[in-house]
Design a protein around this ligand. Sequence first.
Ligand code: EPU
Length: 316
Amino acid sequence: MRSQGIVEELEEIFSEITFEGDVRFMEPMIKHTSLRIGGPADLFVIPRNIPSLKNILVALKKRKIPFLALGGGTNILVRDGGIEGAVISLRSFKKIEILSEDKANVKMHVEAGTSLQRLVNFSREKGYAGIEGLAGIPGSVGGAICGNAGAFGYEMKDVLISVSIMDDKGKIKTLKKEDIDFGYRRSGISSTDLLLSAEIILKKDKKEHVSAKIEDFLKKKWESQPFSEPSAGCVFKNPPELSAGRLIDEAGCKGMRIGKIEVSSIHANFFTNKGKATASDFIRLMKDVAQKVKERFGVVLEPEIRIVGRNADVNR
Ligand code: EPU
């Protein structure tokens, strides 16, 4: 069986390199995605330090084995056939460090695997302003930068100074914000570069101000978005000047369901997992919803979530 052959080849790598961290074969991605959907990754690694990360990247490149960098797994749909090659998680890299500060600003170094909400909470405790609108967005800082996460007019890129990345040859480079092609829910950071850390700048403010804003945004989110069931956040990007959620709602799609996937009746741009949902049902529902919006409004919806992996019946 092909997957068995892959596992043997991948196992060989670890007899050749020095690697500290977690190594899992045929790891169900259902365990690593907020949607709770996804077949197994041939290899899933959580390197504990930079040399181990470099060693695995170089070994994978030498063998032409593809890899995927996983952030918090919150904006991603993994197909039912799982992921070919390796998934690399930087969840062990989670330090927040203050680099310098003056009366007005504070510069911080944040590692990619830090949870975005830990960073928001840290800023709240210290009274640092600039990311209040990101309160309640799940996922990691690395993922939030790569996808330029945002809400309520705040975007991750607004507080960014630079990022440190490792390319697929294991070389570390610094990219300034100006050299990164950020857009709405996107950055030009290549999928073969691993984002290791970022330097960000926040403004000093009164703790009560920062806290009150965060509370207000969280309240709005709790009122308008489904939180009690697994989802991947907004499924489609907002078309220019329009709201995908409103279009889907007005096209009559709330409550539409395929298998265990349902268009949320709280916010129509969220699809929620009602049980053991499959990626193929999710993708079919995306197509049906997009079709209805196109028929009704003539607007073509583009996915916001990243769809990765192989179909269940291919390569197995
Ligand atoms: N609306 C409906 N029905 C719905 C959903 C929304 O009529 O089912 C209406 C709302 O009443 C409102 C308008 O559509 O008048 C806009 O809705 P909302 O304020 O919820 O904002 P959104 O444009 O749907 C965007 C981001 C969210 C972010 C919120 C808050 C996108 C695709 N969505 O949603 O981000 O949390 O603004 O700033 O950019 C995400 O990226 O995953 C995400 C959830």
